[in-house]
Write a protein that binds this ligand. Structure first.
Ligand code: C2E
Ligand code: MG
Ligand code: MG
Ligand code: MG
Length: 285
């Protein structure tokens, strides 16, 4: 905005704000370039059944390692992409890339039951989203049930009616729908009950207090019960230790994702990881 008043006015910003604005402009321009030159990559983080340790699926996460700017975290570039509208291109790219990857895994007999793709609020304003997903499914030939779409709670508050419509259309295609970062937004419960989602992911901020804070344990237990009573698969994110896994198994949580199993991996590394992975069953204590 300051720019519209001429370059001289930008002393209106504090030096720090100005630096941040410049950073964002540089990032936005570099990101446009990265998208145009297909320099984003997907990595895949395993998700396993809590009790048996068997593969449940993977979550696809975007990575950007820029030749000049270096590694830029998704927290930064996704935020920039959301501000500039580039998130739509990223969403389409990641959807297509994840489905192509799944087609390859299927062809090669690699045991990855599902792949989850993160979509941002803006995608759900696009009435053509279900059509686009249907096209990608057809193009790649993967069964719709092998794909999941993750949406965050805040998505739903922005555009509740349209989000429900889009989610319903995706479910009708046979695609799974997952509510991401559950517990970090508002009116969680009414959203959860009103949306056609078949999976809910407990935000990883709840994992810290799991071992030590009684109230955190109570909340997580309640979310698992509610999710399951609504017929959903409950996934815990950010599981780092064996102790957390045991607690989540005791609570009857369905699926676990986190560093204790693996960090997100490039497809080749995922295949190596899978080859060396032996599911370890544990019983509730
Ligand atoms: P998210 O969808 O909730 O993804 C989970 C994040 O938690 C990932 O961070 C993952 O690396 C991290 N994580 C998983 N297990 C652990 C653990 O045990 N400990 C810790 N400390 N972290 C763990 P990442 O890859 O940095 O992504 C951050 C967020 O950026 C994602 O959160 C998602 O909201 C967004 N994001 C990433 N890729 C995409 C994308 O392609 N499209 C969109 N729209 N958003 C994306
Ligand atoms: Mg996610
Ligand atoms: Mg999450
Ligand atoms: Mg998160």
């Amino acid at each position: 905005q300051a720019k519209a008043h001429g370059g001289a006015n930008y002393c209106f910003f504090s030096p720090k704000m100005n630096q941040q604005a410049t950073d964002r402009l540089i990032l936005a321009a570099a990101l446009r370039d990265a998208i145009a030159h297909d320099r984003l990559r997907l990595v895949y983080q395993p998700q396993v059944h809590a009790r048996t340790g068997k593969m449940y699926g993977v979550e696809a996460l975007s990575r950007w390692n820029d030749p000049t700017l270096g590694f830029i975290s998704p927290a930064r570039f996704i935020a920039v992409a959301e501000e500039t509208g580039q998130i739509e291109a990223i969403g389409k790219w990641s959807m297509r890339a994840a489905c192509r990857q799944m087609a390859e895994w299927i062809r090669d007999g690699i045991d990855v039951p599902t792949v989850s793709v993160n979509l941002s609020p803006l995608h759900f304003r696009d009435e053509k989203l279900p059509e686009f997903v249907a096209e990608v499914l057809e193009e790649t030939g993967i069964p719709p049930a092998r794909l999941m779409v993750e949406i965050t709670e805040s998505t739903m508050i922005d555009n509740y009616d349209r989000t429900i419509k889009a989610a319903q259309a995706l479910r009708e295609l046979g695609v799974g729908m997952s509510m991401d970062d559950f517990g970090t937004g508002f009116s969680s419960l009414s959203n959860l009950a009103g949306l056609p989602v078949n999976e809910v992911k407990i935000d990883r901020s709840f994992m810290n207090g799991l071992e030590t804070v009684d109230k955190v344990r109570s909340v997580v237990t309640a979310v698992i019960r509610i999710g399951q009573s609504l017929g959903m698969t409950v996934v815990a994110e950010g599981v780092e230790h064996e102790e957390q896994r045991q607690i989540l198994v005791n609570m009857d949580c369905d699926v676990l994702q986190g560093y204790m199993f693996s960090k997100p991996l490039a497809s080749d590394d995922l295949i190596t990881w899978l080859a060396g992975y032996t599911p370890k069953e544990i019983a509730p204590a």
